[in-house]
Write a protein that binds this ligand. Structure first.
Ligand SMILES: Cc1cc2nc3c(=O)[nH]c(=O)nc-3n(C[C@H](O)[C@H](O)[C@H](O)COP(=O)(O)O)c2cc1C
Length: 385
């Protein structure tokens, strides 16, 4: 696909050509046709990362650069991917990452996402910036467990009200995003004046009291729907008031993740926000081992960012993650096929995970031990020799 001078995809008008989902056999294959169906500003919003997009490229590449060391002659005729997270039974360790405004991709918005996730037995984390109210999310999820991603608001009283509504709607955990006191240098969005696009609302935060900031666009740093003064005491406060477990999302440093656990986080997510915040931070595959080490099995560690293949999922698990989350590919599936597209994206990834387990000689998740990673295996082999 042609690149424009800022590294984005072309600004062509959206195509309404139907795409046969069955022709898309891997997650990367969804990207180009999905982009083609989105209006240019939305296309760039989804695809883009911060600044020069070094981390954006790194997130995908870093998983590919890790080698695998398969065991041979193991009976893999029966494969099991079931696991547990915060007391919830999961059919497989692939979750939907929270992403904003699903009506920008499909008229049914988050309801279609939840329906697709249900069909693929996957747990959804729903965004504070979704296009669907909490009550409607709860109704769409029915008895399926789901988590609510929280952006702490400048008004903590209002934040508490959002927490109350999310839990009343059925959220089984709060996922507190800790890496976004403000947005990164999203050049593509600035160029497209994305903030000024009409027609989308954010019902969950619609009543958030925000102060108008009269700052020239090129000097704007803060965002009215993100609290720039969020600190560790907010995490402690949230853990105290929340009737459901609090998970923190957005760690790259081991010491930060360990401190989150000290503050009461029930799980932590290694994430760089899909490379959308601070460019040149490491890929999440690079950061994951540091967090796993520091957390030392006290709580589950999850990871997202650039996960596109079953081998990426398996590597995350081999490195000590309990589960992974997927962001952009879900949006691609939703754009191309609504609930069916979301379902297909997850099912392809799950199938690839199972294939990778079979080919690694690891029929269950418990068999995914670190010696199946080439660097670990190679280091141990060198020590033995
Ligand atoms: C379009 C878009 C919107 C996002 N919105 C949110 C959000 O509202 N809250 C949040 O915590 N993370 C948000 N994220 C980050 C994702 O939760 C996740 O960390 C990231 O997409 C994972 O990387 P991947 O897209 O490479 O899979 C968003 C990401 C994208 C691409």
């Amino acid at each position: 696909m042609a690149r424009d001078r800022l590294g984005g995809v072309e600004n062509s008008e959206p195509s309404d050509e139907a795409v046969d989902l069955l022709e898309l056999v891997s997650l990367p294959m969804f990207e180009e046709p999905a982009n083609a169906q989105l209006a240019p500003a939305i296309r760039h919003y989804v695809a883009g990362g911060a600044a020069d997009e070094h981390t954006l490229r790194g997130n995908v590449d870093a998983w590919a650069e890790i080698g695998l060391a398969p065991r041979t002659l193991v009976d893999v005729s029966s494969l099991a991917t079931e696991t547990q997270l915060l007391g919830i039974e999961l059919a497989h360790p692939i979750l939907l990452a929270p992403t904003a405004q699903h009506r920008a991709y499909h008229p049914l918005g988050e309801a279609a996402t939840l329906q697709g996730a249900r069909a693929a037995d996957a747990l959804c984390v729903m965004s504070s910036l979704g296009a669907t109210s909490l009550a409607e999310l709860g109704a769409a999820a029915g008895s399926d467990p789901w988590f609510f991603q929280l952006y702490v608001q400048r008004d903590r009283g209002f934040t508490e009200e959002v927490v109350r509504r999310a839990v009343a709607a059925g959220a089984k955990a709060l996922v507190l995003t800790v890496d976004t006191p403000t947005l990164g240098a999203r050049d593509r969005d600035k160029r497209n004046q994305l903030g000024r696009i009409d027609g989308y609302t954010y019902p969950i935060l619609a009543d958030a009291p925000t102060a108008a900031e009269e700052v020239a666009p090129h000097r704007r740093i803060f965002n009215p729907l993100l609290a720039p003064d969020i600190t560790w005491s907010d995490l402690e406060w949230l853990v105290e008031i929340s009737p459901v477990p609090v998970v923190t999302k957005g760690h790259l440093r081991g010491d930060d993740a360990a401190r989150a656990v000290d503050c009461g986080a029930a799980a932590v997510i290694v994430s760089n926000h899909g490379a959308r915040n601070l460019d040149t931070v490491p890929a999440t595959a690079t950061a994951l081992p540091f967090v796993v080490d520091a957390v030392a099995d006290r709580v589950p560690v999850l990871v997202d960012g650039g996960i596109r293949r079953g081998t990426d999922v398996v590597k995350a698990l081999l490195m000590g993650a309990s589960a992974v989350l997927v962001g952009r590919p879900i949006i691609w599936g939703l754009t191309l096929g609504g609930a069916a597209g979301v379902q297909q994206v997850i099912e392809i990834l799950r199938t690839e995970l199972e294939m990778a387990m079979a080919l690694l000689g690891a029929p269950t998740l418990a068999d995914l031990t670190p010696d199946l990673l080439w660097p670990t295996y190679a280091a141990e082999a060198t020590e033995r020799s």
